[in-house]
Design a protein around this ligand. Structure first.
Ligand SMILES: [Fe+2]
Length: 249
């Protein structure tokens, strides 16, 4: 398999490029609209053709590139069936492997950050979305989020994967790229170290995070598989404008 981890700096999002060496098909997990040209250039430079985009959840901090990628390349849009988005071509469900060439993702319903959130297991690695971040996790105070539900998703599903399983998160704000299940179980300050449910709920209830800057634009835009709302204020246009530099992800 061909694999690239690409970084989108405005929302500190990781997009994952998976390529099948046999069929030349590629999949982008959680592509971001502002970096889609960079991502497509990467797909092409590897001699691949984009077959699918697939999102882990309805994002609140960036606009998915799913729809624009479809317009540009004819790629199909896969997303959790839970969210019932009419713009989705393939609805992802747990227990139904998602296969593109030799790439086989096992979808894991991991609600708590959002109710429709999925992680994707691929052999020795898992794309954890915002359910489990390196030394952290996504917030649980919006989009039908719920701390108790997230605790169960992580401890009863993700932490049941092998300790060696690599953890590739949807974000990192400090430049960390990859972890593993064993490391998160032993070190994650919110969910690891055998934290109890009550401890986790108290941590999440006391984060005192600011209201998410882009959520009121991102969620409606992402419910359409990635439309930048026309009324985005100037200070938020950066979320929709194409990235001009090409940092190596
Ligand atoms: Fe998120």
């Amino acid at each position: 398999m061909i694999f690239r981890q690409l970084f989108e700096p405005v929302s500190s999002t990781y997009t994952y490029l998976l390529g099948c060496e046999h069929t030349g098909q590629a999949v982008l997990i959680d592509p971001v609209i502002s970096s889609m040209e960079r991502d497509l250039a990467e797909v092409r430079s590897l001699g691949l053709t984009l077959a699918y985009s697939i999102d882990t959840h309805i994002h609140a901090d960036h606009i998915t590139a799913a729809l624009e990628l479809k317009k540009a390349t004819g790629s199909r849009i896969a997303a959790p069936a839970w969210d019932r988005l009419p713009c989705t071509d393939v609805g992802i469900e747990e227990g139904k492997p998602f296969q593109v060439g030799s790439i086989v993702l096992q979808p894991l319903h991991t609600p708590g950050h959002t109710d429709g959130h999925f992680a994707y297991l691929l052999g020795d690695r898992v794309f954890t979305g915002d359910a489990l971040l390196i030394d952290g996790c996504g917030r649980t105070d919006f989009q039908n989020g719920d701390a108790e539900t997230l605790y169960k998703s992580v401890t009863e599903k993700l932490f049941k994967l092998p300790d060696e399983c690599l953890v590739y998160p949807a974000h990192d704000y400090q430049g960390r790229r990859v972890s593993c299940i064993g490391q998160e179980k032993s070190r994650n300050p919110r969910l690891g170290k055998e934290r109890t449910l009550e401890e986790f709920k108290a941590i999440m209830a006391n984060l005192k995070l600011p209201y998410p800057t882009f959520i009121d634009y991102a969620v409606p835009g992402n419910r359409q598989c990635g439309v930048c709302p026309s009324e985005v204020p100037d200070d938020l246009r950066k979320y929709c404008v194409q990235m001009t530099c090409s940092p190596q992800g």
